[in-house]
Design a protein around this ligand. Sequence first.
Ligand code: IPE
Ligand code: IPE
Ligand code: MG
Length: 239
Amino acid sequence: MNFEKLKNNPKLPRHLAFIIDGNGRWAKHRGLPRSLGHKAGFDNLKKHTEYVEQLGIKNLSLYCFSKENWNRPEDEVNYLMKLFDQMLDEYKKEYLDRDVRIVISGDMDDERLPESVRKKAKELMELTKDKTGFIINPCINYGGRQEIIMAINEILKEGKSEINANEFEKYLYTKDLLPLDFIIRTSGELRTSNFLPWQSTYSEWYFPKTLWPSFSKNDLVKALNAYMKRNRRFGAIKG
Ligand code: IPE
Ligand code: IPE
Ligand code: MG
């Protein structure tokens, strides 16, 4: 099915995620600094966010910066922070007047983040919290294990001694998002790198070799067609 035919197809994932990997290698292959790979990666992210919204997919999660990414050289981290700052400004301009909600998964109280990023992220979440349309969920300063520990500590603070899975989910960053159906990790790396471990237990995974800045509209169409052919069983016998 081509892009037009895919629009609002009931078989599409309702919640899609991109692990946008390969920016550094994309730049290296071109003899460019890694920062330009990130720039190209974030430009591509903008395009794909539009495609995903046009397709009628309800929720989009984006792995932008992991807790472990603090281990990178300071100048690379600083450059990425600048990109997040810009991204948040662009979101505000683009989405505030529309029915789009921005949820940001990750520790926005971490003082290693620039104050402007923390402030803009919290402001955007607050300003869009009552929107009921498309949800964009950039995961910035996110770690899956850290998220689970955060939830447990919150539960302990409330003095609860027992909790079930449905209640537990209410303590996660993703509490208002739909179940995570499909995860695309570019660049050929076959691992999850601490991305949404609780949420992805029954997600479908897709690992194209393409480096993120080169991941095209056509690559997205191909990935979604592959997803729609999957037989999701959730432990039962189906199909
Ligand atoms: C994007 O790609 C990841 C981030 C935005 C942190 P990488 O920077 O990990 O690119 P590679 O894996 O080194 O090619
Ligand atoms: C995962 O990519 C994190 C993001 C895409 C933001 P990495 O490039 O940091 O993951 P590893 O180090 O290869 O596992
Ligand atoms: Mg990488």
